[in-house]
Write a protein that binds this ligand. Structure first.
Ligand code: ATP
Length: 443
């Protein structure tokens, strides 16, 4: 973990929040590369669950919601008892339910009992009084449940269908730590998938498989993922069944994403507290039903940490340690780096033109500082899949080389074919299919 934290700090992925004031516990700022990585994770998720599907639509609900939401959801009542938290597995226990001094689940050490509510409280409007209390949402899910009827009425979505949302959530966690793994402000990517009761088990299994595949397709090694089924004691009050997708983080196995079968709990609760009907008219059976909900709930920050950990590698090259991030091209913050071999005017003009051209399509770096070897290493360290090198020969033959991060192999090809070749390779074409007339050699 130390190496990941240090790389993130050094290369501008992630900084401690408000660092000049000494930082703020468990809060982090995403720097120029981190913000790209995070954006790419969110984009890949959105693409897989909204863009490429016809049974899920998106939503962006507000962070502040009517306070009744949290009474209906159980968040307000859930945390008024004295609770202790296990320092190891972070399960929370009501102190009065405990018989021993250790965590009943893993035997870990427990924190002191505390009366607390996990939600951040604030005031709406200029007067700080009880009537104006609002909460920062502790999950994005509730914004989806309360909009269920709006989506049914304004779209042609019919069961089974889902609503997806990405957004910030806030929890006043007692124990934070492990870098961006558990923080008090974080971002979630949640799907609430509404299904007919009776089909919920099938859909639950479908989503577990689908979500594991998403991580694997984006490069997470299968052996670093496992499923953990919640025991009766672990199960949240709203869930019928829940599986965690765990990832083998440097500190051990820990939850990356939770997938729950929430039954009809949420729609029943919100219908009851709001007095509005949240049922669904089934055209086939001509019956009013309350859909069941399958919820795959992932964290953007935890995903970023998992992708970084999985991609991190050190190799020995020419007696030096070569740090490399094997990030999937879709996630890499910078897709291509343009590297002129020298700062001579003629060469710079060609390189700058290529740079301007490629930037129309992707995030591209231009780097002309230090030796070409060092520049390659810098790009390897931040996971840039391809470097384009412009040399003196380029001025004569209008060709450049593409160097591949994974193999360090290079191909030479006409500048005119550069964009389409990069496009194909970034979209997954085998990295080293030779273009006509191209040559391949090792660095
Ligand atoms: P944990 O037990 O690890 O705190 P949780 O079971 O409370 O997590 P959920 O309520 O299931 O988490 O939230 C869904 C997802 O949101 C988690 O799998 C995780 O990726 C992310 N998440 C939850 N809490 C945090 C947090 N404090 N910091 C970063 N990500 C979080």
């Amino acid at each position: 973990m130390e190496k990941i934290v240090s790389l993130c700090r050094r290369r501008g992925f992630i900084f401690p929040s408000s660092e000049i004031y000494g930082g703020l516990s468990s809060c982090w700022d995403y720097g120029p590369l981190g913000v790209e990585l995070k954006q790419n994770i969110k984009q890949a998720w959105w693409r897989a669950v909204v863009q490429e599907r016809d049974d899920i639509v998106g939503l962006d609900a507000s962070i502040l919601m009517h306070p009744q939401t949290w009474t209906a959801s159980g968040h307000l009542q859930g945390f008024v008892d004295p609770l202790v938290e296990c320092k190891n597995c972070h399960l929370r226990w009501r102190s009065e339910d405990l018989t021993g001094n250790n965590c009943p689940s893993c035997g870990g050490e427990l924190t002191e009992p505390r009366l607390f509510n996990l939600m951040f409280k604030t005031f709406m409007g200029p007067i700080e009084e009880a009537a104006s209390v609002v909460y920062l949402r502790p999950e994005t899910a509730q914004g989806i449940f309360v909009n269920f009827q709006n989506v049914v009425n304004t779209t042609r979505m019919r069961l089974p269908f889902g609503i997806a949302q990405i957004g910030k959530a806030f929890r006043n966690e007692i124990t934070t730590g492990n870098f961006i793994f558990r923080t008090r402000e974080f971002e979630q990517m949640e799907i609430e998938f509404f299904v007919k009761p009776g089909t919920d088990e099938e859909w639950f299994n479908y989503w577990v498989e689908e979500r594991i595949n998403w991580y694997v397709k984006l490069g997470i090694k299968k052996e670093n993922l496992r499923l953990h089924k919640h025991t009766k004691e672990e199960l949240a009050h709203y869930a019928r069944v829940c599986y965690d997708i765990d990832y083998l983080f440097p500190m051990g196995w820990a939850e990356l994403e939770g997938i729950a079968n929430r039954g009809d709990f949420d729609l029943v609760q919100h219908a009851s507290f709001s007095g509005k009907s949240l049922d669904y008219f089934d055209e086939e059976t001509k019956e009013h039903i309350i859909p069941y909900i399958i919820e795959p709930s992932a964290g953007v920050d935890r995903s970023a940490l998992a992708f970084l950990c999985d991609a991190y590698d050190e190799q020995l090259a020419e007696g030096e340690i070569r740090v490399i991030l094997h990030l999937h091209p879709a996630l890499a913050p910078i897709k291509v780096a343009v590297l002129p071999l020298s700062r001579r005017e003629k060469l710079v003009a060609v390189a700058k033109q290529i740079y301007a051209d490629l930037r129309q399509c992707w995030m591209v770096n231009y780097d002309d500082a230090q030796s070409i070897g060092r520049r390659y290493r810098r790009q390897d360290e931040i996971g840039t899949p391809f470097c384009v090198t412009v040399d003196f020969q380029s001025l004569e033959d209008e060709q450049v080389t593409i160097r591949d991060r994974e193999t360090m192999n290079q191909i030479r090809l006409p500048i005119a074919e550069l964009k389409s070749t990069l496009q194909a390779k970034l979209e997954g074409e085998p990295l080293f299919v030779l273009p006509p007339g191209g040559a391949i050699w090792k660095e």
